[in-house]
Design a protein around this ligand. Structure first.
Ligand code: SF4
Length: 470
């Protein structure tokens, strides 16, 4: 039964996680095919917001055909307790609430949103953004009572989307910059978020000043504000407890909180590494850091990158190996803001270990890359495969070469004095320093639970047969 009798389709938590394939799509908004898309929440004064007002700038759903459109959702909120610090947290709820609508899929966040309306729901009468606005209005007002007034604008006019996109990007940068400067050591507590558990049931984001949330939409300040105004909500305070490893980033109470919130599935978390017990990855990450064993370094690929990476696979294939609330050695979901942090992959060597990054990401984080690495990290413009990557790193004297030499020295048995040959800068055949393992695969189907950890399997055929009852 629908939550709202005047909305032509069903609305309920059961639709969260619904995927709409292109053949079943009526129209698509944002997504990888369009450059300009955003969702933005702005805190306003009480007199600046007309409660319940829904505006559509540009053609409405009824006037569109099956295509991808530039799109903006611009939400203005007011209330005595509403402050700028809450904008990011309120904004992240748009993802959750839109996904409650039958036949509407919402992915990602901020400048990266991707929305599809199904043909079936359009045929049922979901033919105007006004319905989506009404659902957002009612859910925001009932779930977050601090919002006293809310007005919502949907923008499909390409010029207007472009204009507001600029404002959105400036707002995101301002929010992110606010959290810079405070260190994890100085913070009295961290914050956790389980909003993505509807897609990745064992995922828990641990948000610290220096490790931004995976989606890049919730900073430590946002987390603090959310936990204060909605203490029973999906964002909560985590006491730090004792720091047992300042390099990898492990705290006793963080481990406890993650264990509790992941239903016991995740027992330890190392915040500043992609190996061992890395932070879990849901599916909303802005980028993935992926280990490249042939050069013992990391590539980083972001959601908007449409070509193949030098390892021959695309963002979506790498994302599939990473997502799902798992801890996968060497595949690590991250936000762009985390790349600006001094704690970025600290235990793995930080930027000194990064060998390949798309140019678009370099542009966004270049002020935070150590100066001596400025021309040593390859992009898609110089490198298309592993062999080209190796040659580039050698030609530019990337510091990763020192790791190759150290690895070779471990492999090559020290020859007698007269036979000793000089070790040249080529990566060794195997990298003894880091072990890559098969991702943890957890499946729960029809009463079976299969957990495979740290295994390598080669089989021509696998049969799972139900044993006969005795
Ligand atoms: S990625 Fe993390 S912080 Fe962002 S919504 Fe999901 S669980 Fe919350």
């Amino acid at each position: 039964m629908s939550m709202f009798s005047d909305i032509p389709v069903d609305v309920g938590i059961v639709y969260e996680g619904e995927r709409i394939r292109w053949p079943d799509t009526y129209a698509e908004f944002g997504g990888p095919r369009v450059e300009y898309k955003f969702e933005l929440v702005k805190a306003r004064g009480m007199n600046e917001v007309e409660d319940g007002k829904i505006t559509i700038i540009g053609p409405d759903l009824n006037d569109l055909e099956k295509k991808s459109y530039p799109f903006g959702i611009y939400v203005e909120v007011a209330g005595k307790e509403i402050e700028e610090e809450l904008e990011g947290v309120i904004e992240r709820r748009i993802h959750e609430y839109i996904n409650y609508i039958e036949g509407v899929m919402h992915l990602n966040q901020r400048y990266d949103i991707w929305i599809r309306i199904s043909k079936r729901s359009f045929d049922k009468g979901l033919n105007s953004f006004t319905y989506i606005g009404k659902v957002l209005y009612r859910l925001f007002k009932s779930e977050l009572p601090i919002i006293e007034k809310i007005q919502i604008t949907f923008i499909t006019d390409p010029e207007k989307v472009k204009e507001k996109f600029k404002e959105a990007m400036e707002t995101y940068e301002k929010r992110d910059a606010r959290a810079r400067g405070l260190t994890d050591e100085e913070a009295d507590a961290f914050y956790g978020c389980t909003l993505c558990q509807s897609f990745a049931p064992t995922h828990v984001c641990v948000i610290t000043p220096q490790r931004y949330s995976n989606c890049g939409a919730i900073s430590w300040f946002d987390g603090r504000a959310a936990a204060r105004v909605d203490p029973k909500g999906p964002i909560f305070r985590i006491n730090k407890g004792e720091c047992t490893d300042p390099v990898k980033g492990e705290w006793t109470d963080v481990d406890e909180a993650v264990k509790l919130k992941s239903g016991g599935e995740i027992k330890r978390v190392w915040l500043y590494t992609a190996f061992g017990y890395p932070h879990t990855s849901c599916g909303c990450f802005e980028a993935v850091a992926f280990y490249i064993p042939e050069v013992d370094g990391f590539g980083i690929v972001h959601r908007g990158f449409t070509e193949n990476t030098p390892i021959g696979i695309s963002f979506s294939t790498i994302a599939d190996s990473t997502a799902g609330g798992r801890q996968v050695d060497g595949f690590h979901g991250i936000s762009i803001e985390y790349m600006r942090s001094p704690k970025f992959l600290q235990a793995d060597g930080g930027w000194e270990r990064v060998v390949w990054v798309p140019q678009a990401v370099i542009e966004r984080v270049k002020d935070f890359i150590p100066k001596h690495l400025a021309d040593k990290i390859a992009t898609e413009n110089e490198v298309k495969n592993i062999e080209e990557l190796k040659q580039f790193l050698i030609a530019r004297s990337h510091p990763i070469i020192k790791r190759w030499e150290a690895a070779k020295a471990e492999i090559i048995e020290k020859p007698p004095e007269e036979e000793r040959v000089e070790v040249t800068a080529t990566p060794p055949a195997t990298m003894p320093t880091t072990e890559i393992t098969v991702p943890t695969i957890t499946g729960v189907t029809g009463g079976f639970k299969i957990v495979l950890k740290n295994v390598k399997i080669h089989a021509k055929e696998i049969k799972i047969v139900r044993s006969k009852e005795k």
